[in-house]
Design a protein around this ligand. Structure first.
Ligand code: ATP
Ligand code: FE
Length: 340
């Protein structure tokens, strides 16, 4: 099947055409960094307006690039949440218009399922179940991915997301947004042992995360003015990596999934990738991580999740809601709530 995918849940407008046999026929990602730079973070209203201006043109370009007519597409997939609600509505409504015009079904995709299934787009050997560390701008979770739409959440963050921690630490160091790539670059020139920083929750029995205390410690180190910024960046990155490894090791003890996967924007970080690969090796599990461009927001992962849902017969009506909040394991919660 041939799936058109749209992504607009944060500050990237993205469109992709993906086949169910893992070919990416065309894709575009347009960021909005300049539009938000003066405000030091993403402004929801500005993001939504930018998606209105950019998305339809990207759809045209992607179809033209691939030499595909809208009528040849088998389904139109779009992020329906979670995210900044204005942007989600723009992308979802655009997809509904395309579905209506082409007479093809709509697939309303959970952005987190896009991240969660993204490694399967490039790794045909990756079967279910797998243990996923989902580390992104808004989330930090450990999930057992059992199948399409079938997730068991083992842990989450009790305060900040991992990407959020990178972004806040970068801001404290005077680095530009998004902070992850900026910190990773500066950390290369620093000593990861130079600045003593906490590893919140490391050693605690449940595999949850916490990054707020780490951010405060970075703030104190910056204010003290006794350390080189590169040393702070390297030490911060190492602290996050140590938390990831310890917490994920804990989760692996609660799951016999044969493969460890890391996805989401923070999985683009090479220190994170190699540390988790080492952990998988230590624990006798296989390891899979998508290429960097597929870790940060893109529409290929939304089209791919759409392809997986379409193959499973999971299509949506034109009344599909846009949702600011949408936990991945919601179905499981509902089942537990019903006392089953
Ligand atoms: P969510 O997916 O939770 O809704 P989001 O879509 O905004 O949030 P992503 O695009 O998945 O987040 O990831 C963006 C985050 O990843 C940002 O916080 C960014 O700083 C971080 N990030 C990107 N590249 C790197 C990197 N090389 N190292 C560390 N963090 C990174
Ligand atoms: Fe994301």
């Amino acid at each position: 099947a041939l799936i058109l995918g749209l992504e607009s849940s944060c500050d990237d407008s993205a469109v992709a055409l993906v086949t169910s046999d893992r070919r990416i026929l065309a894709q575009r990602v347009v960021g909005q960094n300049q539009a938000h730079a003066p405000f030091g973070g993403v402004v929801p209203e500005i993001a939504a307006r930018a998606h209105v201006e950019v998305l339809p043109g990207l759809v045209r370009e992607v179809l033209d690039d691939a030499g595909i007519a809208l009528g040849e597409v088998d389904a139109v997939a779009a992020t329906a949440g979670p995210g900044l609600i204005g942007g989600v509505m723009v992308g979802l409504l655009t997809a509904k218009g395309l579905a209506l015009a082409s007479g093809k079904p709509l697939v309303a995709v959970n952005h987190l399922e896009g991240h969660a299934l993204s490694p399967r787009l490039v790794d045909p050997a990756l079967g279910f179940p797998y243990l996923l560390l989902l580390a992104s701008g808004g989330h930090c979770q450990l999930l057992e991915v059992r199948g399409v739409g079938d997730y068991r959440r083992l842990a989450t963050t009790i305060d900040d997301a991992a990407g959020e921690a990178f972004d806040k630490a970068a801001k404290l160091l005077g680095l530009p947004y998004p902070g992850g790539p900026a910190i990773e670059g500066l950390a290369r020139e620093g000593d990861a042992k130079a600045v003593p920083l906490p590893r919140p929750l490391v050693g605690s029995p449940e595999p949850h995360f916490s990054f707020a205390g780490l951010k405060s410690a970075v703030q104190r180190a910056v204010t003290a003015g006794t350390h080189r910024p590169a040393d702070i960046a390297a030490s911060f990155q190492q602290a996050v990596v140590d938390c990831f490894v310890d917490r994920t090791r804990r989760a692996l003890a609660q799951s016999d999934a044969p493969t460890l996967v890391v996805a989401g924007g923070v999985a683009a970080n090479s220190a994170v990738r190699s540390a988790l690969q080492g952990l998988a090796q230590e624990q006798g599990r296989a390891f899979s991580v998508p290429p960097g461009w597929l870790c940060t927001d893109n529409a290929a992962m939304i089209a791919w999740a759409g392809a997986e849902r379409f193959a499973a017969g999971l299509v949506d009506g034109l009344d599909a809601p846009a949702r600011a909040r949408w936990p991945l394991d919601e179905g499981a919660e509902a089942v537990r709530g019903a006392g089953v």
